[in-house]
Design a protein around this ligand. Structure first.
Ligand code: AP5
Length: 217
């Protein structure tokens, strides 16, 4: 199964991907996570991406397409889920070309819908584990021990791009450049809109309904 998960920053893509991966064994390919790893490793790509990420702008398409098509080559038999990619219509066109070249297609496109006010609340309270990437929220999804990861006990951190100025730029980039991606896919594929304002377990149920049906077919 090959899945694309679309949605605004803070819509819950990372949170839901972890659950989807646990249930279906897909490879989680998050463009944001890959870029953060490249930055930590101080690679050329990481250095090029840094200023864009820090200001909340999108990293240029060419860098992203190369990075993601390379990552997609390692997909296990179970397939993969793309999180945060494609994020521009140009990236979507390039993804389609890469899939066509391999005689493959995307099986499901899920679009997490949420309004900006809720996004801002979620991002300001987000905390994540720098070691394993687990995501928490100071009110909605609290760790068992304050500020410590449930999985490995590492002290949780706030992402630098979660400050309010950067969040508003990320939302602007989303509305201008990423919302049209769902419209692009709707031209010739079904896009499943999911109400992402519900609590995380309810959002998972809505997603699993769609993916279970596909997995059985
Ligand atoms: P990226 O890392 O992809 O960030 P994003 O898309 O902005 O998404 P987030 O990771 O912020 O949010 P999420 O939807 O995963 O939400 P989460 O599950 O954490 O990208 C970062 C940057 O990299 C971009 O700005 C750009 O510069 C660059 N980049 C990445 N991909 C690119 C591309 N393709 N092209 C160009 N540039 C690219 O949840 C958020 C919070 O809410 C958490 O605290 C969570 O606990 C909580 N929460 C989640 N679900 C719920 C719920 N249902 N109810 C209540 N709380 C919830």
């Amino acid at each position: 199964m090959r899945v694309v998960l679309l949605g605004a920053p803070g819509a819950g893509k990372g949170t839901q991907c972890k659950r989807i991966v646990d249930r279906y064994g897909l490879l989680h390919l998050s463009s944001g996570d890959i870029l953060r790893k490249e930055r930590t490793a101080a690679t050329e790509l990481g250095r090029k991406a840094q200023s864009y990420m820090d200001s909340g702008e999108l990293v240029p398409d060419q860098l992203i397409v190369e990075m993601m098509t390379k990552a997609m080559r390692n997909d296990p038999d179970a397939g993969y889920i793309l999180d945060g990619f494609p994020r521009t219509v140009n990236q979507a066109v390039e993804l389609d070309k890469a899939l066509e070249g391999n005689c493959e297609d995307i099986d499901a496109i899920l679009n997490l819908e949420i309004d900006d006010k809720l996004v801002i609340e979620r991002m300001s309270g987000r905390r994540s584990c720098p070691k394993c990437g687990a995501v928490y929220h100071i009110k909605n999804l609290r760790p068992k021990v304050d500020d410590k990861c449930d999985i490995d006990g590492t002290t949780l951190v706030q992402r630098p791009d979660d400050n309010s100025d950067v969040v508003s730029n990320r939302l602007k980039a989303y509305h201008q450049q990423t919302e049209p991606v769902a419209a692009y896919f709707r031209n010739n594929r079904t896009v499943y809109d999911i109400d992402a304002s519900k609590d995380p377990d309810k959002v998972s149920v809505l997603i699993f309904e769609k993916l279970d049906a596909l997995a059985k077919s």
